[in-house]
Design a protein around this ligand. Structure first.
Ligand SMILES: Cc1cc2nc3c(=O)[nH]c(=O)nc-3n(C[C@H](O)[C@H](O)[C@H](O)COP(=O)(O)O)c2cc1C
Length: 315
C-alpha cells in the first residue's frame, strides 16, 4: 500500500485518522501514527490548549501527525500559527476556502491537505496549491456538505478531475472499504467512525455502546437547511427533524438547540439530548478495539480479499 500519500505525509500505511472535534485526542492521534498511519488532532478554539495537545502527542510518538483546522473558526489563523510554531508536519484544513491560508502555511513548512465534498471544490483546492485532497462522501460522520454526494460517486469523479493524490473518506472501516476506495482511484483513506471505536479514543462509553447497537439505518442527517450533520438517531434527532418538518426557521432551531450539543453526547454520554455525530458505517462496527488492531485487521485482510476479488473478476 505504498502510494503518493505515504510519500507526501512520510508514513508507512496510507490510513489517516480524521480530525474529530472533542474526540481526536492526543492518545488516539499518537496511536494511529505509531501504527504507521497518520493521526490527527482537532484544533479546538484555544491556541494554548492546542499547543499543549501537540506537545502531548510528541511525548507519545516520534512519527508525523496532523492538526485539523476548520477554516470557518474565527481563531483559525492563531491555531495555524501554533501548529506551524510546533512544527506539525501537516495541517488539514476543512470547512472554508483553501485559498485563504494554503500559501501562508506552505511557506512556513507544513504540508496542507484540504477536505472537500465535490469536484468543484477539489479543483479549487488543487488550484490553491494544497498537497493532498481528502474527498469526503455523504456517509461520513459529523458535518456534511449540502449536496448528498456519496463516497462511491465522489471519489472516481474527483480522481478524474485532479492530478493530486486523493484520500477517500466516508463509510470506510475495514479492508473491503479500503480496496473499494483504491478501486475508485483513491491513494489513501481517512476514517473517523472506526477510530472513535478504539480503546485510545476519549469518547464516552455510552456513546460507544450506542454505536455498537446501531443498525445500518442507525444514523440520520439533521440541520439540512443550516448545517447538515450526520448523527445517531436519538431523541434530539427526532426533535430537530420534527421542527424542520414543521417549517421552523433555521435561526429558531439553532436558538432552541443552544451550544454544546455534540460535546454533550461525545464526551458526557448524554444520548438523548446530545448530538452523537457518527458515520453510516457505524452499523457495521460492533466492537471497541485497539488502534493497532484496526490496522492489523485491515492489513492482514487485504491479500486474501484481493485474491478473492481476482477470482470473482476473472471467473
Ligand atoms: C465524531 C466526529 C467528529 C468529527 N469532527 C470533524 C471535525 O471537527 N473536522 C473535520 O474536518 N471532520 C470531522 N469529522 C469527519 C472525520 O474527520 C472523517 O472525515 C469522517 O469521519 C470520515 O467518515 P467516517 O465517519 O465514515 O469514517 C468528524 C467525524 C466524526 C465521526
Amino acid at each position: 500500500m505504498k502510494t503518493r500519500v505515504c510519500e507526501i505525509l512520510g508514513i508507512a500505511v496510507p490510513i489517516i485518522q480524521g480530525g474529530m472535534v472533542y474526540v481526536s485526542n492526543p492518545e488516539l492521534a499518537a496511536a494511529v501514527s505509531n501504527a504507521g498511519g497518520l493521526g490527527q488532532l482537532y484544533s479546538g478554539k484555544d491556541p494554548d490548549i492546542l499547543r499543549e495537545r501537540i506537545q502531548q502527542v510528541r511525548q507519545l510518538t516520534t512519527k508525523p501527525f496532523g492538526v485539523n483546522v476548520p477554516l470557518l473558526l474565527q481563531e483559525a489563523k492563531d491555531l495555524i500559527d501554533v501548529a506551524i510554531e510546533e512544527k506539525v508536519s501537516v495541517i488539514f484544513t476543512s470547512a472554508g476556502n483553501p485559498a485563504k491560508f494554503t500559501e501562508y502555511i506552505k511557506e512556513r513548512g507544513p504540508r496542507v491537505c484540504h477536505v472537500i465534498p465535490s469536484v468543484r471544490l477539489a479543483q479549487k483546492a488543487e488550484g490553491s496549491g494544497v498537497d493532498l485532497i481528502v474527498a469526503e462522501g455523504w456517509e461520513a460522520g459529523g458535518h456534511n456538505a449540502y449536496d448528498d454526494v456519496t463516497t462511491m460517486t465522489l471519489i472516481p469523479q474527483v480522481t478524474d478531475a485532479v492530478q493530486l493524490p486523493v484520500v477517500a473518506a466516508g463509510g470506510i472501516a475495514d479492508a473491503r472499504g479500503v480496496v473499494a476506495a483504491f478501486a475508485l482511484g483513491a491513494e489513501g483513506v481517512q476514517m473517523g467512525t472506526r477510530f472513535v471505536m478504539t480503546q485510545e479514543c476519549i469518547a464516552h462509553q455510552a456513546y460507544k455502546e450506542a454505536i455498537i447497537g446501531a443498525p445500518d439505518t442507525g444514523t440520520v442527517i439533521t440541520g439540512r437547511a443550516f448545517g447538515p450533520t450526520r448523527i445517531l438517531k436519538n431523541k434530539l434527532a427526532e426533535t430537530i427533524i420534527n421542527w424542520e418538518r414543521q417549517g421552523m426557521s433555521s435561526e429558531a432551531i439553532l436558538e432552541k438547540l443552544g451550544p454544546g450539543r455534540s460535546k454533550k453526547a461525545l464526551l458526557n454520554g448524554d444520548m438523548e439530548e446530545g448530538s452523537p455525530m457518527i458515520g453510516q458505517i457505524a452499523g457495521m462496527i460492533d466492537d471497541v478495539v485497539s488502534v493497532q488492531e484496526v490496522f492489523d485487521r485491515i492489513t492482514s485482510q487485504l491479500e486474501p480479499l484481493l485474491q478473492k476479488l481476482q477470482q470473482k473478476l476473472s471467473g
